[in-house]
Design a protein around this ligand. Structure first.
Ligand code: NDP
Length: 240
């Protein structure tokens, strides 16, 4: 199993839950080397298998080389969870080209090209699962996030198209769209925006990372063998 951006937040919860279920997990991180190594140590101390690989999603050559290296060192990648993502929020008329391009490049281009590298391996084996981490921001208006919501909507389009293209190779492709989840991404929002979140959510709270990891694990399990092209919304009712 390969999880991108697995060192923190939602990705970390997915890595931990997969390891607990006995999966051989490799996760990627970008800059926070010590955080990633600490997670590897924690998981290994519990007798489970886990490896970390540094990789910048903005560098497609790095992603392709990493996929080759993982398959050589650790074996076939059965599933890819495209979790890594960033935000650079600003009102659209004042958004810089750099803010626009960096989010598109990481969340959409980086995810698509990592997926392509992994799919090329899976297609030979005629088996695999892909999960895209979208967002309710890709399903409804999200002021200040035009760049981010564009990428998250695009990932749902990519999920649907790949589900058809990959069906004959027995590869299932699904997306998960979380609402507000308590991670660094949301906790770095201004206090005024953060404190307004519970009032907007019918369940009156943010979600926990484990509450996103659980549906991801379901979509990777045998129980989800007839589900493909689906986007599972995990948002406490926010977008209903
Ligand atoms: P975090 O910011 O907590 O963690 C992001 C992870 O992505 C880290 O492991 C980080 O590595 C990695 N990463 C960042 N940039 C790159 C890059 N250029 N290349 C490779 N890896 C990178 O994110 P969350 O857990 O909050 O979010 C995870 C996913 O869920 C994202 O796709 C996000 O859009 C989505 N999501 C989150 C929501 C939320 O409320 N939190 C709501 C809806 C969707 P490092 O630690 O080294 O920087």
């Amino acid at each position: 199993m390969l999880v991108s951006g697995g060192s923190r937040g939602i990705g970390r919860a997915i890595v931990e839950q997969l390891a607990i279920q006995g999966a051989h997990v490799v996760f990627t991180y970008h800059r926070q080397h010590e955080t990633a190594q600490a997670l590897v140590r924690t998981i290994r101390e519990q007798g489970m298998i886990c490896h970390a690989k540094q990789c910048d999603l903005n560098a497609p050559d790095e992603s392709r080389a990493m996929v080759e290296a993982i398959e050589e060192e650790f074996g076939e990648i059965y599933a890819l969870v495209n979790n890594a993502g960033i935000t650079q929020d600003k009102s659209f008329p004042t958004m810089s080209e750099t803010d626009w391009l960096s989010v598109i490049s990481t969340n959409l281009n980086g995810t698509a090209l990592l997926t392509q590298a992994v799919l090329q391996k899976m297609m030979f084996r005629k088996e695999g699962r892909i999960i895209m981490m979208s967002s309710v921001g890709g399903l409804r208006a999200s002021s200040g996030q035009s760049n981010y919501s564009s990428t998250k909507a695009a990932l749902i389009g990519l999920t649907r198209t790949l589900s058809h293209e990959m069906a004959r190779f027995n590869i299932l492709v699904n997306a998960v769209a979380p609402g507000y989840i308590a991670t660094d991404m949301v906790l770095s929002m201004p206090e005024s925006s953060r404190s307004a979140i519970p009032k907007q959510v019918p369940l009156r709270r943010m979600g926990a990372v484990e509450e996103v990891a659980a549906p991801v694990l379901f979509l990777l399990s045998d129980s989800a063998s007839y589900i493909t092209g689906h986007c599972m919304v995990v948002d406490g009712g926010l977008s209903a």
